[in-house]
Design a protein around this ligand. Structure first.
Ligand code: SF4
Length: 379
């Protein structure tokens, strides 16, 4: 790729990851692709005078194209893929009654907390890689084959609302699939450095084949969203029927409450679910489970209060209601999506047909799942 403008020298030394990205963009041998997390599109606008929750998807895509990325892809594509894998895993565990509750695995701060403080819960954590890492793996294995690119020429950049995603990328089991992680704030800096007038940009669309997504992927950005997205697909897998219209909305798991609990009837069985909003609430929830006060089949944990929409890499704001506003943007985005269930994503379906065969296949296990190990700290 070709970068539109070389970074001013001062900025290069300040941030080695931005430095790496500029270098790749300026290296004609590299094919540089970027993925954008669900939470980026409802907050990036704040850096350019817009309000928290304003949806800037098309302008963000346009800005990334101007910055010189060869393909602009979407982490929401791999969020839908995560649901295909994790939804299947949930259904299998429910059928066998094994390792329940299933805990979500897309937040690296939560995973680290489990490895350090609750390693006995490791068998309960979903083995599905996070959307960021699924994207990295799919880009390296599936996309390079399809596009005829040598894997060593591919450079994968993530734009994330999260500082922990920088750590996640370096975990040895992920084989350097993702080459650099920039926060939403760091992306805004690149856009400013390139002199792009963000609010005036014409909206553009994500590239294919890793660019399509559904409303289910969009809501990954809000606390309760991964749970809701998984339920939309698990319902279909378990009953063979589809939730229609607004029936896809599981409002009991939405909102900024610390711990949200609900129960859903599927096929005459009750599935008990809980969402821990923030790592402090996860601790409380685990205590409740351990002392027998509560029993669940499926639990979502996100370390940041509000979820990734309010992650540590998002724009700074002095709006006291930013959490609420960003989350409203997330659900508005879902409502406006023509498709709202991950299993309706055509590009994901096509990838299974062409490559992974089906969710939970052997190839999927190798490339889309992972394992965890105790890092218990003894005091
Ligand atoms: Fe990162 Fe926070 Fe989202 Fe966890 S909840 S993935 S720490 S932004």
């Amino acid at each position: 790729g070709q970068c539109v403008r070389v970074c001013p020298t001062g900025a290069l030394v300040e941030n080695p990851e931005i430095d790496k990205v500029y270098e790749a963009l300026n290296n004609p041998k590299k094919h540089v692709v970027v993925q954008t997390a669900p939470a980026t599109r409802i907050a990036l606008g704040e850096e350019f005078g817009l309000k928290p929750g304003d949806i800037v998807t098309g302008k963000m895509v346009a800005a990334l194209k101007q910055l010189g990325f060869d393909k602009v892809f979407d982490t929401q594509f791999s969020a839908d893929l995560t649901i295909m894998e994790e939804g299947t895993e949930l259904v299998k565990r429910l059928e066998k009654g094994e390792n329940l509750p299933l805990f979500t695995s897309c937040c690296p701060s939560w995973i680290l907390a489990v490895e350090k403080f609750y390693p006995e819960l490791i068998p309960n954590i979903s083995t599905a890689r996070s959307p960021q890492q699924m994207f990295g793996s799919v880009a390296k294995h599936y996309y390079t084959k399809k596009a005829g690119i040598a894997p060593e020429d591919l450079f994968v950049v993530s734009i994330m609302p999260c500082i922990s995603k920088k750590f996640e990328r370096t975990r040895p089991e992920f084989d350097d699939d993702v080459d650099a992680v920039l926060t939403t704030r760091e992306l805004s800096r690149m856009i400013k450095e390139a002199g792009i007038d963000f609010t005036k940009l014409e909206e553009e669309k994500y590239d294919s084949p890793l660019g399509e997504s559904t409303g289910a992927a969009t809501i990954f950005a809000a606390t309760g969203g991964v749970m809701e997205a998984a339920l939309r697909t698990a319902y279909s897998l378990l009953t063979g029927e589809e939730l229609k219209g607004d029936a896809v909305e599981f409002t009991a798991v939405r909102g900024l409450e610390g711990i949200k609990e609900s129960a859903i009837e599927i096929n005459g069985k009750t599935v008990k679910i809980a969402v821990a909003n923030g790592i402090g609430n996860a601790k409380k929830l685990i205590e409740k489970i351990k002392n027998g006060e509560a029993k669940y089949e499926f639990v979502e944990v996100m370390a940041c209060p509000g979820g990734c929409a309010c992650g540590g890499g998002q724009p700074y704001t002095d709006d006291p209601d930013f959490r609420q506003k960003r989350i409203e943007g997330v659900y508005e985005n879902d409502k406006n999506s023509p498709k709202r269930k991950s299993h309706e994503n055509e590009e994901v379906k096509k990838m299974y047909e062409e490559y992974y065969e089906k969710p939970y296949s052997e190839k999927a296990h190798h490339e889309l799942h992972t394992h965890y190990a105790s890092r218990r700290i003894e005091y």
